[in-house]
Structures are given as C-alpha cells and as structure tokens.
Ligand binder design. Structure first.
Ligand code: NI
Length: 186
C-alpha cells in the first residue's frame, strides 16, 4: 500500500468526470488499497479516486466511529438509481477542501447500484450518514463538489481562499491532523 497525494481545490482535475471501471483487476485492487490508506491517514470517512488524481469511478468509505472496528466499503461504478423526496441536512467537509465545513441539504435516502471488488453487482438503499456520504462521493465521480450546493457568495469566498493558499504553498497540503474523521466526509 502507498499513500497518495490528495488533490486540493482549486485543482482542475477535481472537475473531471471519471470513467467507468471496465475491469476489476490487480491494478484496481492496488488503487483501492492505496485509497484506504490515504483516506485513513487524512483522516476521512470517504474518498473518490479522482481525489488522488485517478479519473475512475471508484469510492472507498469507512463510517465506523473511532473506537468501533473498521468497516471498509468499496463502491465501483456507483450510481444513484432513486432519491427520496424527503431531505436531510448535514454539515459536510471534503478532504479536497480541507478545514471548510458547510451545511448541505440532500435527499435523506438514496438507492445506489455498484460493483464490489469481485465485480459482483449490488444495489443498496441508504439513509443517514451513508446516504449523504454516497451522494457526496458519487458527486466527485461526476466532477461535482459540495460547495456547488452552497450560496455563490460563500463559494466565491472559499474559492478565493484556496486559490490564495495554493499560490502560497505551491501544492503543499494544509491538513490539520487532529480533526474528527466524521467531519471530513471525503
Ligand atoms: Ni469530498
């Protein structure tokens, strides 16, 4: 396993639409291993492959609380097939937009189809944090970020802040290491 660099706003690759995975093979499993290592180190609870610069529709997740046993989840080619009318609001963050949090309203439940690491198809219905996290990560595979759902004024402010930071640090990652993982959705 190897740690990979997480792309940070305003990196334009975060806006790429990722390609579907066509073969569940050794290189994909290596990517998934690296994504878990990178996600745990950040720390975050979800990560999309494009966040480590790989434009493939792959998502890793672990929603277990700090002291609970880890429950790693992998979603290959995840796709929302149904959304509830009911909405829920969650304060979201993103490993690609470190230390910025904002409330986002999304459908409270979704159905998602995906492949597992054996290439087997599944469909699940998710509610709560899993529903939010799945929508956040599937958005990443489509080049969408959670700041796209906040007001233009707030989005302009956060873009400005990260553009300025990128100029200053020339690619360094301003990550705090003492954040609660649950805050960094991914
Ligand atoms: Ni994210």
């Amino acid at each position: 396993m190897a740690l990979r660099d997480i792309l940070i706003l305003p990196d334009k690759r975060l806006r790429l639409k990722s390609e579907p995975v066509t073969a569940v093979d050794k290189s994909l499993r290596k990517l998934v291993d690296d994504m878990f290592e990178t996600m745990y180190a950040a720390p975050g609870i979800g990560l999309a492959a494009i966040q480590v610069g790989v434009p493939q529709r792959v998502v890793t997740m672990n929603l277990a609380k700090k002291d609970d046993p880890p429950s790693p989840l992998v979603f290959i080619n995840p796709e929302v097939t149904w959304k509830a009318d009911e909405k829920s609001t969650y304060e979201e963050g993103c490993l690609s937009i470190p230390e910025y949090y904002e409330e986002v309203e999304r459908p409270a439940a979704v159905r998602v189809k995906y492949l597992d690491l054996e290439g087997k198809p599944h469909e699940i219905e998710a509610t709560g944090l899993l529903a939010t996290c799945l929508q956040h990560e599937i958005d990443h595979t489509n080049g969408v970020l959670f700041i796209d759902y906040i007001s233009k004024l707030k989005r302009d402010m956060v873009m400005k802040r990260f553009k300025k930071a990128a100029k200053k640090t020339e690619g360094a990652t301003p990550l705090a290491d003492d954040k609660e993982p649950s805050h960094h959705i991914g």
